[in-house]
Write a protein that binds this ligand. Structure first.
Ligand SMILES: CSC[C@@H](O)[C@@H](O)C(=O)COP(=O)(O)O
Length: 365
């Protein structure tokens, strides 16, 4: 346990903002409510995994990697605070928590990846029949998921920064920074890394309707670090590219198949099309924990959210006629043909994605 704490301390320098963390002294999971962060920092703690599930479902915690790390801690909480006195009963409690956490958001693959990772730790320790040992191992695994996410983000930054030339003007969509991960960021991590390396860059942040992650969170993160930025509406990318005001696009991902199909926030596909039409590169940055090991893009589940998010702005202002029907898919799928490269913590994956992902993940084609 002690070395995990030291390793976390070493990572502090990367954590400009901490959206969630395990408080070793209190023995509690603590997070900042990301909805309120631009206006007011709110710290909360819980020992109840239901609260973690609620935070993911209601998008206090959002962004695929942050969802994965939170779910890992959620399952760890369910394990640690289970009242079971027998290992079989503990397994039942944890399976119930697994199902509750898995039902929160359907698209972010990191959620299922993280839950399975912890569940496998329980299964592989089952034979020992030692409750305390299982609890400790599960908590340690959640810490590892957390630490690895930060490290992977930094490594993505290192690889990804190579594609960003000095004086680049970059369009990004949704929020992919420290607020969407355990720290640092995926697409925004790449941008941040290039900026830390001294490159002169300018970021155009799509506002990202309907929940405005770009306007509320990405712009907030960029401003906090002094990275030059401009807020644009989601439909602006065609004009930005055609007027030679932007050079490339980088986004994150909620799920990527081995074939290179990329599920990300609704509007991403349109951005990729605009980039492709203007022969500008469209990149994706995501850790390999976002890669769903399937060759079938139809396996991607697209979350459909409430119509109210479209007919209202943040539940505050009705913007349409009463009784209007709205369709609100939270994500779209960008086909591999128009993805220039996928930046992972292990390097940049290029076409053909199926062969190259298999080689990267399994060491074979
Ligand atoms: C590093 S986050 C990558 C994606 O999760 C991000 O681009 C995104 O679409 C987030 O959607 P959200 O609905 O806010 O969870």
């Amino acid at each position: 346990m002690e070395d995990i704490r030291n390793e976390l301390d070493k990572l502090e320098e990367y954590l400009k903002i901490k959206p969630l963390y395990w408080d070793f002294d209190k023995g509690e999971f603590v997070w900042i409510d990301t909805r309120l962060i631009p206006w007011k920092e709110l710290y909360r703690s819980t020992k109840d995994y239901h609260r973690v599930a609620q935070a993911i479902k209601e998008m206090e915690i959002r962004g695929a990697p942050a969802i994965g790390v939170s779910a890992a801690y959620g399952l760890a909480l369910a394990t640690i605070y289970s009242n079971a006195s027998k290992v079989d009963d503990l397994l039942k409690d944890v399976k119930e928590a697994y199902n509750v956490l898995a039902s929160t958001r359907p698209t972010a693959y990191n959620l299922f990846w993280a839950l399975n990772r912890l569940w496998n730790v329980i299964l592989s320790n089952y034979e020992k029949n030692d409750l305390e040992d299982i609890k400790q191992n599960v908590l340690n695994e959640a810490h590892r998921v957390y630490i690895e996410d930060i490290k992977n983000n930094v490594n993505m930054g290192k690889y990804g920064s190579k594609i960003i030339e000095n004086n680049s003007r970059i369009i990004t969509h949704c929020n992919t920074g420290a607020l969407a991960t355990a720290g640092f960021g995926t697409a925004l991590g790449v941008i941040r890394y290039a900026f830390y390396e001294g490159k002169s860059i300018h970021v155009y942040a799509d506002e990202t309707r309907p929940l405005l992650q770009g306007a509320r969170l990405t712009i907030w993160e960029l401003k906090k670090e002094g990275i030059p930025s401009t807020l644009v509406v989601d439909g602006a990318s065609g004009l930005l590219f055609s007027k030679n005001m932007a050079d490339l696009a980088i986004v994150g991902a909620d799920r990527i198949t081995l074939t290179g199909h990329v599920a990300n926030k609704i509007g991403t596909f349109n951005l990729a099309l605009a980039a492709n039409y203007h022969k500008k590169p469209f990149y994706v940055a995501a850790p390999t924990s976002t890669v769903h090991p399937t060759e079938n893009p139809n396996d991607i589940v697209i979350e459909e959210r409430s119509q109210d998010e479209v007919t209202n702005i943040m539940g505050k202002l009705n913007i349409t006629v009463d009784g209007t029907e709205a369709f609100n898919p939270a994500f779209d799928i960008t086909p591999p043909e128009i993805v220039e490269g996928i930046i992972t913590e292990k390097g940049i994956v290029k076409k053909p994605y199926l062969n190259n992902f298999k080689a990267l993940l399994y060491g074979r084609q």
